[in-house]
Design a protein around this ligand. Structure first.
Ligand code: TXA
Ligand code: MG
Length: 341
């Protein structure tokens, strides 16, 4: 299959949006930018198209998809009951990097939710994503537009690297602003539960959902036989092929630790740079975890090209967006963590 590249310069913006909508209406799959990461979209009403997403990504069949909407009036067709709690969350966090798990409505095929009777819904803030949803008039099922297991894509070039020839089109948009996938909260449990941390932080969530609990899978390795609330959490994710180890500790401790390791690469903060005598890739400033989130996946995609034996990644604090960065890093490192305290 030839993958169409749909450009977004001022002269072709409208044509590209209409072309994407047309492909989606006819059962195609199209990679679209969102403010979090690129998504691989299909009509949430079309089982055949949804099946194509699983095939193109090599995604395990038991991992459900998020349905994307542009307006709140689309919600009635997707969920079965949208109560006060859900409405409060929507008012506080939509449009934006926030996903709610609710009871699945009858119009959404089971395959979108991998057989579950719940459905994950998100209203993105990205203008291009919203214009495509509006133009097609369809809720769009969209996981991240990467091959399963590799880091989520934050540019159209990452998408092409993984999926060129396997999808109908990719929108050649800009780099994603947040850089990590959305925060996922289920409102189908009592109390509500954080399944995946993201751009909307726990601190912000607690203002709207004071009884929110954090699922144990957020910060630890799920047990092999345990039932996982969010199936995506049990898979090894975001992993470079190079052996990857996560290291927590101060700038001094981190730099002396990696400087003693032969044939290694440091994925570090700007603040570490003056102290390192090994190869490095900086992913942002420790003072600004948003920069770490923004750059993380691009940097993880570069690691293998540097051809070292082991990469040591400096772990951020688990505060604010740092929690989401930490959650992705423990998975990238296959839960190999060294604490230098
Ligand atoms: O920011 C994002 O959320 C991006 C963009 C494209 O919107 N999408 C994304 O999708 O990250 P994906 O498929 O890579 O991750 C979806 C996560 C998975 O961990 C999945 O298990 C969980 O959401 N999920 C989806 N539906 C669920 C459900 N009904 N119950 C529990 N977890 C669910
Ligand atoms: Mg994903």
């Amino acid at each position: 299959m030839k993958t169409e590249r749909l450009e977004l310069s001022a002269e072709c913006y409208e044509d590209s949006i209409s072309r994407a909508a047309e492909l989606l209406e006819s059962g195609g799959i199209v990679a679209i930018p969102t403010e979090t990461v690129y998504g691989l979209a299909a009509s949430a009403y079309c089982e055949k198209a949804v099946e194509k997403i699983f095939t193109a990504k090599g995604r395990p069949q038991d991992n459900p998809l998020i349905v994307h909407i542009s307006d709140l009036d689309m919600i009635a067709d997707i969920t079965d009951g949208f109560d006060d709690k859900a409405r409060k969350c929507a008012e506080a966090f939509w449009p934006g990097p926030f996903t709610m798990v609710l009871k699945r409505g009858e119009k959404i095929p089971k395959s979108v939710s991998a057989g579950l009777d719940t459905v994950a819904v998100r209203m993105p803030s990205d203008k291009v994503a919203r214009d495509i949803i509006k133009s097609s008039g369809l809720p769009l099922a969209a996981p991240s537009a990467n091959t399963s297991g590799s880091p989520s894509p934050t540019t159209p070039y990452h998408v092409l690297n993984d999926l060129d020839g396997k999808i109908d089109a990719v929108i050649m948009g800009e780099e994603c602003q947040v850089g990590l996938e959305s925060t996922v909260v289920t409102l189908c449990t009592e109390p509500p539960r954080l399944l995946r941390p993201g751009g909307v932080t726990v601190e912000e969530l607690l203002k709207i959902l004071p009884d929110l609990v954090v699922d144990t899978a957020v910060l630890s390795e799920p047990k092999a036989d345990a039932e996982v609330a969010s199936p995506g959490m049990k898979y090894k994710h975001y992993a470079p092929k190079t052996e990857t180890v996560l290291v927590s500790g101060s700038v001094d401790k981190f730099s002396s630790f990696v400087n003693n390791k032969k044939d290694s690469l440091a994925v570090c903060f700007h603040e570490d740079l003056d102290y390192l005598s090994v190869k490095y890739l900086s992913y942002g400033s420790i003072k600004n975890p948003e920069t770490l989130a923004h750059n993380l996946f691009s940097v993880l995609r570069e690691v293998d090209s540097l051809k070292v034996k082991t990469v040591y990644i400096h772990a951020p604090d688990k505060k604010g967006v740092g929690l989401a960065v930490y959650n992705r890093l423990i998975r990238a490192a296959g839960f190999k963590i060294i604490e230098l305290h």
